[in-house]
Design a protein around this ligand. Structure first.
Ligand code: ATR
Length: 283
């Protein structure tokens, strides 16, 4: 029986997951089809129920369902529970388990694309939504020493900072106000854009969350956005002399973690990267 896998999201215009996951399944000779499943929020709960079928291995989840999905599974991997969002579900005999592979995918992407080792370093995270939650958790676990979380809606940054705080890790929470950003951005070893600003087709696709004059040439700047490969934030960061990387590595490595969970086999990440069209790779 051909197995089914897919990605839930709405809208689902830019998803590269069907492309690189199918290439990986094909390379390992796994008889499974990976599809795009555009699903409106009102239809999402029923669609998740459909994952319990015998022929379904599970799914990926992207905006806007990552938080809603948490309530719909039978069991949560502990990090997913701590993060408060899931991007992967595995179906085992009709039982659904939720995982967050964004967190390990981000750290692996950061290490492999720019060689950044978070332990003992300082970070500024821009954004406080689902993507930011996984990134803040991942950096905390990787031993970042100081962090500030900046978000348009400051209360959301405060909630995320509070949720992730523990004994020796207490992030500052600020707004995207220039005067507040000026206290952190120039001194951060790592700056991550985890907002949707700069994303093609989004409401702020020409904008960067950070004024260019606040970016230090000593920083590493990572954009979780991967369409386009060079966002306004990365362009400004490059202009400041910083080391930059786009979100493609996080996308592939979170998918590689999911692949292993669904199939039990290590993902062929080279095949996954090769499946991405050159125009989307930024090279
Ligand atoms: P995701 O799962 O991608 O994180 P999300 O949970 O909807 O999606 O979060 C989107 C993030 O981008 C939020 O931090 C959001 O800020 P708010 O919490 O204030 O909404 C941020 N964002 C989106 N559009 C923005 C814009 N035009 N200006 C500033 N921040 C924006």
């Amino acid at each position: 029986m051909t197995k089914r896998l897919g990605i839930f999201g709405y809208p689902l215009h830019h998803s590269l997951s069907p492309l690189f996951q199918q290439a990986a399944l094909g390379a390992l000779g796994i008889d499974a089809k990976f599809e795009g499943w555009p699903t409106k929020p009102e239809d999402f709960a029923q669609a998740v129920e459909g994952l319990r079928a015998d022929d379904c291995l599970g799914c990926c989840i992207t905006q806007p369902h990552k938080e809603a999905a948490l309530e719909l599974v039978d069991e949560l991997d502990p990090p997913a529970e701590a993060i408060g969002a899931i991007n992967t579900i595995v179906n085992t005999d009709g039982r659904l388990k939720g995982y967050n592979t964004d967190a390990p995918g981000f750290i692996r992407g950061l290490r492999e694309s720019v060689g950044f080792e978070p332990e003992g370093r300082s970070a500024l995270i821009l954004g406080a939504g689902g993507a930011a939650r996984g990134i803040v958790y991942a950096l905390r676990e990787a031993g970042v020493s100081r962090m500030a979380i900046a978000n348009r809606t400051e209360e959301r940054a405060q909630t995320l900072a509070r949720d992730m705080s523990r004994a020796r890790f207490r992030p500052d929470a600020i707004s995207l106000d220039v005067d507040q950003l000026a206290n952190f951005a120039p001194y951060a070893d790592l700056i991550v854009n985890a907002t949707s600003m700069g994303m093609r087709g989004g409401s702020a696709d020409e904008e960067s969350p950070l004024p260019p004059e606040l970016i230090s040439g000593n920083a590493v700047c990572y954009d979780a956005v991967y369409v386009p490969p060079v966002t306004p934030f990365l362009e400004a960061s490059e202009g400041a002399g910083a080391q930059v990387a786009g979100g493609l590595s996080m996308l592939i490595y979170q998918g590689a973690e999911g692949f292993k969970l669904w199939t039990g086999q290590d993902a062929p990440v080279d095949v996954m990267f090769d499946a991405i069209p050159p125009t989307m790779r930024g090279d």
